[in-house]
Design a protein around this ligand. Structure first.
Ligand code: UDX
Length: 457
């Protein structure tokens, strides 16, 4: 099939490259000329494990353009994958999306055959209807049909999530559903030969194709992210309770996670979620609820818990060392999760700012995001490429992102280099059992109460 993808961010590139890898002819369009030039030269503007390999294999079927007219020629399917950043009030900004829709409509006039216009961007319920209105007012209703096809990609796993998804969700009429089912057939039935760097997981037998109406598809995306965010906020609240009663949240999570109705994923307690999706999408869903006059109490609590949770690490630090004024604090990791250079909504940013406001000398390390962080964090922060520089003589180390190199830190090493070997693990990522001889504090590990008797009644 002939496919066009508008927007070359994570979602657009993953979609375009994967479909080209599967044998479709794909035109990727972006108004950012620099990005298109880079892609034409065979370079990727983003880093994702396995994407480079797929890109090289897919090259004969891939074309890049800044021009809608050139890029949309003869397309059977057009994907909209432009950003929907948050406005100040939390609502998603649909400016870029609608401008892409209008440009597309202008190019589709006087064309023969049927085109499916598919929205992949995360958008409020009813956006597909609004796109349809624009199509109808351009008198294109008989040649253009609308679909909504949300993505559930996780950064760092984009290739694997695209090639081996659990489900493909399509909202739209029968015609649109039929075309997209055909487009995704190799993924649905897993008939393609896997790329070497991203082999098919043994458990992947195929993807479930779910067809629904456009509104349900649009809402399902927000529901998925809000539900996962809720699991994180729930386990973080449990961790806070564990801290007060001397129980271990990792054991509680293990016990509840064994129940298939609950599931074991997204129950890692710590400083809370960040990134380009959960914070933005939970706020957007709250905005949607507000606009329809619905008080979504559970969602508001999820957001509030997450906003507070990052500051728990500062409270824990203060409980141990008292005033932070003039003390050297080592911050390990800045990105919102390991395996990405993304600092969007990373908990590290408010944490570093809070440490600075209390007068601490803040030394930060991150394996890949130090240079990007310079543009975001105040200049008074000490940015270090060497981990040894941040740990040397530090009064405490705060683990913010669970990068592999921090997980291998040895207790003896921390004791020998730090002024005080106090290690606060914001992700419960280290093995507490191997941390003998240092002061190791996690989130809800029950370590501060120990075996003191507890009388709650
Ligand atoms: C997420 C969803 O997983 C994905 O399906 C959706 O399409 C986009 O949003 P992503 O933002 O890439 O993907 O990261 P994810 O791995 O889900 O982690 C999000 C945040 O939650 C990170 O800050 C992570 O540290 C935190 N998290 C995750 C926890 O605090 N505890 C957990 O148990 C899991």
């Amino acid at each position: 099939m002939k496919v066009a993808v508008i927007g070359t961010g994570y979602v657009g590139l993953a979609t375009g490259i994967s479909l080209a890898f599967l044998g479709h002819q794909v035109n990727c369009i972006d108004i950012a000329a620099g990005k298109i030039e880079l892609l034409r030269q065979g370079k990727l503007p983003i880093f994702e494990p396995g994407l480079e390999e797929l890109f090289h294999k897919a090259k004969p079927n891939l074309h890049f353009s800044t021009s809608y007219r050139e890029g949309l020629v003869d397309s059977d399917v057009i994907f909209l994958a432009v950003g929907t950043p948050a406005n100040v009030d939390g609502s998603p900004n649909l400016k870029y999306l609608f401008s892409a829709v209008d440009e597309t409509i202008a190019c589709l006039r006087n064309r023969e055959g049927l085109t499916v216009l598919v929205n992949k961007s995360t958008v409020p319920v009813g956006t597909a209807d609004q796109i349809l209105e624009r199509v109808n007012s351009a008198s294109l209703h008989s040649s253009v049909t609308i679909a909504s096809n949300p993505e559930f990609l996780s950064q760092g796993r984009v290739v694997s999530d695209t090639l081996y998804p659990e489900r493909i969700v399509v909202g739209g009429n029968e015609r649109a559903i039929h075309v997209l089912q055909e487009l995704y057939a190799p993924i649905i039935s897993q008939t393609f030969i896997s790329p070497e760097q991203t082999p098919r997981p043994e458990t992947t037998k195929g993807a479930t194709f779910i067809s629904v109406d456009t509104r349900s598809a649009e809402l399902a995306k927000y529901a998925a992210n809000a539900f996962l965010a809720m699991k994180i906020s729930f386990i973080n609240e449990m961790a806070n309770v564990c801290d007060r009663v001397g129980a271990d949240v990792t054991k509680v999570a293990m016990v509840i996670g064994k129940d298939p109705r609950i599931g074991s994923s997204f129950l890692q307690a710590g400083i809370g979620y960040g990134g380009s999706c959960f914070p933005k999408d939970t706020r957007a869903l709250q905005f949607i609820a507000d606009t329809i006059d619905y008080d979504f109490k559970l969602l508001s609590a999820v957001i509030e818990v997450n906003n507070n949770q990052k500051y728990r690490i500062i409270e824990k630090l203060r409980e141990e060392i008292g005033t932070l004024y003039g003390k050297k604090i080592a911050v390990l990791g800045l990105t919102f999760k390991p395996g990405t250079d993304d600092l969007r909504e990373a908990p590290s940013i408010p944490i570093v700012n809070a440490l600075l406001s209390e007068g601490a000398e803040v030394y930060v390390h991150d394996p890949i995001a130090i240079d990007t962080a310079r543009a975001i964090l105040p200049r008074t922060v000490h940015f270090k490429h060497q981990l040894s520089d941040v740990l040397l003589d530090a009064e405490a180390a705060l683990l913010i992102t669970e990068w592999p190199e921090y997980l291998n830190l040895k207790a003896e090493h921390l004791i020998s280099v730090m002024r005080r070997p106090l290690f606060i693990d914001g992700r419960n990522a280290l093995n507490a059992g191997t941390m003998n001889g240092i002061e190791y504090i996690g989130f809800g590990l029950g370590d501060r109460i120990g075996s003191k008797p507890l009388h709650l009644v």
